[in-house]
Design a protein around this ligand. Structure first.
Ligand SMILES: [Zn+2]
Length: 107
């Protein structure tokens, strides 16, 4: 994604509308990834239609999905390993909860 689109995206995530919208999606997920069903302390809300591809930044909640860091990484092509390998990788990198930064950005 080029710089202008990236700036637009960061504005979306800083907005109060996004916080409300993503909060609804997280509550719907009830602490489990909506793709793999694994309980996750941290859920990342993913746009089914990427903003960078012209998707609505604030779509209906049906167009948003709460994902664990592993499934979110898979969707964005940042992660290609199995969950088991990925866990081992993350555990080696940092002892605590994985920060999205280490898998390359938060969306
Ligand atoms: Zn998942």
């Amino acid at each position: 994604m080029h710089t202008r689109a990236r700036r637009k995206v960061s504005k979306v995530y800083a907005s109060s509308l996004w916080r409300r919208l993503s909060g609804r999606v997280r509550r719907r997920a009830r602490g489990a990834c909506e793709q793999c069903g694994e309980p996750a302390r941290r859920l990342e809300v993913h746009h089914v239609d990427a903003i960078g591809d012209g998707g609505d930044p604030f779509p209906h909640v049906r167009q948003l999905i709460a994902l664990c860091a592993h499934c979110h990484g898979l969707r964005h092509g940042r992660v290609s390993t199995s969950r088991r390998e990925w866990r081992r990788h993350v555990a080696d990198a940092i002892p605590a909860e994985p920060e999205p930064a280490i898998i390359g950005g938060f969306y």
